[in-house]
Every structure is written in C-alpha cells, then in structure tokens.
Ligand binder design. Structure first.
Ligand code: HEM
Length: 415
C-alpha cells in the first residue's frame, strides 16, 4: 500500500486542463491549481477546447516570461494575449483593430508612450472629485435592507460611468459601452462561427461610434482623454484604425476588470468578516486592502504569449510557435510569495506584489485609474458606514479569461 502511494506520488502529474469554463463557473479552480503549483508549475496540456498550450501556474516563471517579450510575443499576428487567440480560428470576416496590448516592441513602445501620459499620477488625481461625486450618487441611490444585484446597480453602473466620463462618451448612451466591451472581452464567443459574427457586429458598431467621437473631438477639442490624446505629438502619427483600436482597448481593458474588482471586494470581504471589521474600523487600510482584494480576485485569470524561438524555462523546453498561458489567478495564490494566500488579509505587507495588473512592458496602463475608482468606492462606503452582505451564492462568469461575477445579490446595512 505504502509503495503504491509512493509510486503514485513519483509519477508525473497527468495534464490538467485548467481552461475549462466550468472550473470558474463553479469556483472549483483552486484545487487543480494547487496541484499544478506543487507538482507541475509548467505543464504541457496537449488537448483543450483552445488547442494545446503550456500552463504556467507559479509566480517566478510568469515574471520571467513577461520580462522577455522578444521571446514570448503578445502580437495578434501569432494569436494575441488570450486563449483562444485570434488567429487560432481565423475568420474571413474578422475585425482587426490594431491595439498595443497585442503588439510587440517597437510598435507597442511607441503607442503605449503616446497613451501612458494620460494615465499619469497628476492626470489621474485630477479625476478624483468627479469619481467621488459619481460614486456618492450611486451609493446614495441604493435601498437599505432590500435585496438587489450589486453587479448591476454598483459595479456596472460605476465602471460604465467612469469610462464614459474619461472619454466624454454621450452620457445617455453610456450603457452601449457596457454591451460592446462585454462582447469585446468575451473571447470564448470566438469558439463558434455565430459567436464570432455577433462579436464582430458589436465591434464594428463600436468602431463606428468611436470614429464619430474622434471626428467630433478633432473639430472641437475638450479636456477629455480623447482630446488629450488627439492633441499629443505622437498621436498625429497614428492611423484612424490604430487610434480607434486603442480607444476600444482602453474601454474593454477597463471595463470587466474594474467591474469584477468591485464585485470581488464585496464577496471577498464577506468571506473574511474579521478582516472586513478591521477595514471598517480603520479607513487608512483602504489603499492596501484594494491591492489585496485585487490580488484575491484576480479579475483577469490569464494572459497568453506565443514562443518566437526555441527556449527553456526552469528546465522545461518550449518550441517556437507554442502557446503559453500565464495563470495570474494561480500565481496570486503562490504560497512561496503570499502566506495564507487563499485568505483576504487587508493589512498584508506584500499585497502590492500581486500580478493582477501583469508585469513588465505590458503592465496595465490604466492601473492608477482603477485603483482610484476602487479606493473611492471603499472610502465612500466607509463614510456612510455601509456594508454590503451577499444573500445568495454569486453567479459567476463561465470563462477562463475574465474572472468575475454575473450576479451578486446583496443587502445593505449600516455598521
Ligand atoms: C493591460 C489588468 C484596469 C487599460 C492590462 C493587463 C492586465 C490588466 C493583466 C495586461 C498585462 C500584461 O500583458 O502583462 C487590469 C485590471 C484592472 C485593469 C485587473 C482593474 C482592476 C484598466 C483600466 C484601463 C486599462 C481602468 C483603462 C481605462 C489597459 C491597457 C492595457 C492593459 C490599455 C495594455 C497595456 C500594454 O499592453 O502596454 N490590464 N486592468 N486597464 N490595461 Fe488594464
């Protein structure tokens, strides 16, 4: 018996396909990743709905991969930044909008440099008053002691409002932003021709709306992000499709991620009531708690790269053309970096080391805006002594890319 157990332990771990959507829909991803981190942190999965891929599930090799963009490409030409990649299942009608998240240097460098200043510390600080006012309005509109969906009434409302203001998108049409970016972020849709088609239609509609906004801002610039970008020196070198592609990236990139952080905050704190009590008692913990909750939630479960030349990581050989999936969701639970990683600990000393924003040259350009919006939400709840308590299990997004909530029924109370 003992020998059999030993043999079992010594045998290599059979491939675990952690891309299966049910693992996320049913919140069962923790155990398979625990196994992978312990026994096969870099594992080849020969067969999945998205084809073969390498699964990288610990912290160190992910940082290593992100630091070598010349070997591990983000380019859309090879499939882009998620599974399924855009050229894994090419379609004649594919809408291709160049976006710098799916480019390598030097193109990535030039475009990011153009946009990044609009997300600098002083630019973001200038957004504070407006974000605060919006957050206050949304919180003050909520019923106390009645059941409602936090995702719909708070997470979607605040995130959409933030993006509409940022880009001076027509306010009454702001809910279109939610629809378009939901479609844009729904990469799983690309596994069927019908899904492809509906996603393409939404992306085309979005492109047209942004082209109109672009023309409007060129004629009459304001103080919004589009006007700032249009007036920048480097932007004049960008083609209209590149400009619109990047606008779409900013909207899609900021949407699900910030939204699911807001829902994750409420759910995560409700799972650790002692930590919630510490946060409620001491608002100075908010900035650190925001990082900790972004770590715990990991709103994007993975990013993907493609190997450009034969290489080796931690003794594992990878071939040119291989797909590599960096599971941030697992690296953020890597016990060698984060002690008691499954727990929310609002005062965690190294919460900021999380990989939820990625690492290296593609690290999230909108991180400061997201942090501002998320800190403001907790601050404004604190000022009102508001606590949201889930009253049912959340309904989760069945996807291995966007890691989040479709519905989170809660009740509000005062503490
Ligand atoms: C890139 C996560 C909010 C815009 C990224 C990446 C991740 C990420 C993982 C890719 C990093 C990589 O490939 O190494 C998040 C999370 C957010 C958030 C978790 C919220 C909690 C935002 C917001 C915006 C935004 C609010 C804009 C308004 C972008 C852009 C990129 C990016 C433009 C591409 C950067 C590049 O390729 O250089 N984000 N994001 N994100 N994000 Fe975010």
């Amino acid at each position: 018996m003992a020998t059999a157990a030993l043999e079992r332990r010594a045998a290599p771990l059979a491939p675990i396909d952690v891309s299966r959507p049910e693992l996320y829909a049913e919140d069962r991803w923790q155990e398979p990743f625990r196994q992978l981190r312990a026994q096969a942190p870099i594992q080849y999965v020969p067969d999945s709905a998205f084809g073969p891929y390498w699964s990288v599930s610990t912290y160190k090799p992910i940082v290593h991969i992100e630091a070598l963009p010349k070997i591990f490409s983000s380019s859309w030409e090879y499939g882009g930044i998620a599974i399924p990649g855009i050229v894994d299942r090419p379609m004649d009608s594919e809408v291709r909008m160049p976006m710098f998240i799916a480019m390598d240097p030097p193109h990535h460098t030039a475009q990011r440099r153009t946009i990044a200043p609009s997300f600098g510390p002083s630019e973001v600080a200038a957004m504070k008053a407006e974000i605060q006012q919006r957050t206050a309005e949304v919180l003050d509109s909520l019923p106390i002691g009645e059941t409602f969906d936090w995702v719909e009434r708070v997470s979607i409302e605040l995130t959409t409002g933030m993006l509409a203001r940022l880009f001076d998108f027509p306010w009454e049409e702001r809910h279109k932003l939610t629809y378009w970016s939901d479609m844009g972020g729904d990469v799983e849709r690309m596994t069927t021709p019908e899904g492809h088609q509906s996603r393409n239609a939404a992306m085309t509609e979005m492109g047209e709306a942004f082209a109109a906004l672009w023309a409007e801002k060129t004629a009459k610039p304001g103080k919004d992000l589009i006007s700032v970008m249009l007036q920048s020196e480097a932007m004049s070198h960008m083609s209209p499709t590149e400009f619109i592609g990047n606008l779409i990236l900013l909207i899609v990139g900021g949407n699900d991620t910030t939204r699911n952080s807001m829902s994750g905050f409420v759910f995560g704190l409700s799972q650790f009531p002692e930590e919630r009590a510490k946060l409620e008692a001491d608002p100075s913990l908010i900035p650190n708690a925001v990082q900790e909750l972004i770590r715990w939630q990991t709103p994007l479960a993975h990013m993907r790269r493609t190997v450009l030349e034969d290489t080796e990581i931690e003794g594992v050989a990878m071939k040119k053309g291989d797909k590599v999936v960096m599971w941030y969701i697992s690296a953020n639970r890597d016990e060698s970096v984060f002690k008691d990683a499954d727990k929310v600990i609002v005062g965690r000393e190294n919460a900021r080391r999380h990989l939820s924003f990625g690492y290296g040259i593609h690290r999230c350009v909108g991180a400061r805006v997201a942090e501002l919006q998320l800190c403001t939400l907790l601050e404004e709840m604190g000022k009102r002594r508001l606590r949201a308590t889930p009253v049912a299990d959340p309904v989760r997004v069945p996807a291995c890319f966007v890691h989040g909530y479709k519905q989170l029924m809660v009740q509000l109370s005062h503490y």
